[in-house]
Write a protein that binds this ligand. Structure first.
Ligand SMILES: NC(=O)c1ccc[n+]([C@@H]2O[C@H](COP(=O)([O-])OP(=O)(O)OC[C@H]3O[C@@H](n4cnc5c(N)ncnc54)[C@H](O)[C@@H]3O)[C@@H](O)[C@H]2O)c1
Length: 444
């Protein structure tokens, strides 16, 4: 997030949006947000396109519509038409509960797009794009949205491999030049308790170590159906394939790892760890692990011990702990104590907010006021990279250095996107997928 008062704040909204489509220095003629988009039609409508109409995309679209601004959902894209239809139904259902948003839903048949290229048709129709597909596609979709000069809300993680991270970093730099607001769904940055703790982090002195947990039962499995191509099956059961999901250390545990990066004000220089799959061993479990334990080392020598586990019946905890020279911050408890255990600060849980809503409230308010306030993509990319670094460490069993990993060019995405194309990983004759083996799997 950047909170500098934008130079554009005093300009008219139309002017701001036009300018945000231009590269600094005027090197590229790209007023892509002009007539066809922002404020066209009615005077101050902010048009939204949703790309990736699953659970989170549907929720995010509703949150956008629930902001105070004059927002209109005008286009939707999903790889699968049934998912798009279900999402639209859910959004309409929400409108039944919440009549204020009914008039804000305007997605006729001609603005519903399915298939792998749906995003290319939906993005041009909007001023703000919500990107909520599985994370493997995020770099491609983010790059396109930035190219087209859109403001963006994108879910985490923002990439699943170093090549994707680099793509997002490059597009993030262009988004900054174009003054496009970008919010990433690492919502703890938008949550009151975390914000209050962050403001007071100096109470614990220098952070020398940290712990992060995402331990719980795990997530859904979408079983293979007769007639599905391998690509369709993996797209439906996306959690279990790294090119789509990044493994759960990336897909979920990124939240906790990102908090430590945020409070540390930097990213680890190396990682080593261990992991495997103990209960996630069926044919529908693809290739991901069910547990990882990673020791990340930051430039100042401080350590983050990170653990994530998806195993039913085990201790559940999703939390972070920061330990400093003078005390500790327990994020889940919302408390700061000194080294003797004396409480220095306690967050009042009655003042907690819904960060998913706040992300949209703040983003759309900034856009409506013509302010450039949010540039979350770079941190989103680097926290995604941190979690990928962890995966590379647990899969290989080696010490993996940040610089080598991020510059490795490792690219696990398919070369072709079509329902009949072969995904980058396919099952063997026995129906099982190859699994990383520490000590044998190599990255660098
Ligand atoms: N911030 C949070 O707390 C939070 C919570 C849940 C999910 N998420 C993130 O949101 C993203 C989506 O998760 P979800 O739970 O909604 O999954 P989901 O399976 O419910 O939805 C994903 C949707 O994207 C569609 N899709 C897949 N590939 C596509 C493509 N190339 N183009 C267009 N659509 C495509 C799928 O068909 C599906 O409808 C993930 O990155 C996830 O990590 C974040």
């Amino acid at each position: 997030m950047i909170h500098d008062a934008s130079k554009d704040a005093g300009k008219s909204r139309r002017e701001f949006v036009k300018n945000s489509g231009l590269l600094a220095g005027g090197l590229m003629a790209a007023p892509l947000l002009s007539q066809a988009n922002f404020f066209s039609g009615s005077s101050d409508v902010i048009k939204v396109a949703l790309v990736g109409c699953g659970g989170r995309g549907t929720g995010a679209a509703i949150q956008a519509l629930l902001t105070k601004q004059n927002v209109k959902l005008v286009a939707m894209a999903d790889a699968f038409r049934d998912n798009l239809d279900n999402s639209l139904k859910a959004i309409m259902g929400e409108a039944e509960e919440n009549p204020t948003i009914k008039a804000k839903i305007d997605v006729p048949e001609e603005r519903r797009f399915s298939g792998f290229d749906g995003y290319q048709k939906a993005i041009p129709l909007a001023d703000v794009v919500i990107l909520a597909t599985p994370p493997g596609f995020r770099p491609i979709h983010f790059e396109e949205a930035v190219k087209q000069g859109k403001h963006i809300f994108m879910e985490k993680p923002v990439a699943v491999d170093p090549a994707g991270v680099q793509k997002v970093l490059a597009a993030a730099a262009i988004a900054k030049q174009k003054k496009l607001n970008v919010v990433v769904g690492l919502q703890r940055h938008y949550q009151n308790s975390y914000r209050e703790l962050f403001k007071r982090k100096d109470l614990i002195g220098e952070i020398t170590s940290a712990q992060a947990w995402w331990n719980n039962d795990g997530v859904w499995v979408r079983e293979r159906k007769p007639g599905q191509t391998e690509m369709e099956y993996q797209m439906r059961n996306w959690y279990y394939f790294n090119w789509l999901c990044g493994d759960h250390i990336t897909e979920q545990h990124i939240h906790n790892i990102d908090v430590i990066n945020w409070f540390k004000g930097g990213y680890p220089v190396k990682a080593q760890g261990m992991g495997g799959r103990q209960v996630r061993n069926g044919k529908d479990h693809g290739e991901i692990f069910d547990h990882h334990f990673v020791e990340f080392t930051y430039a100042d020598g401080s350590i983050l011990n990170s653990q994530c586990r998806h195993i039913p019946g085990t201790m559940a905890r999703v939390d972070e702990l920061l330990i400093g020279t003078k005390g500790r911050i327990a994020t889940g408890a919302g408390s700061i104590t000194d080294n003797k255990g004396k409480q220095l600060y306690k967050f009042d849980s009655n003042t907690e907010n819904n960060p998913y809503q706040t992300e949209h409230d703040e983003l759309f308010e900034a856009i409506a006021k013509g302010q450039y306030k949010f540039a979350d993509a770079e941190n989103g990319a680097k926290s995604s990279m941190t979690s990928v670094l962890g995966r590379m460490a647990t899969y290989s069993g080696q010490v993996i250095e940040w610089d080598k990993a991020i510059n490795s060019g490792l690219d696990i995405m398919p070369k072709e996107f079509s329902w009949t194309a072969a995904p980058p990983i396919v099952p063997g004759a026995d129906g099982f997928y190859p699994i990383a083996v520490p000590g044998k799997t190599k990255y660098i």
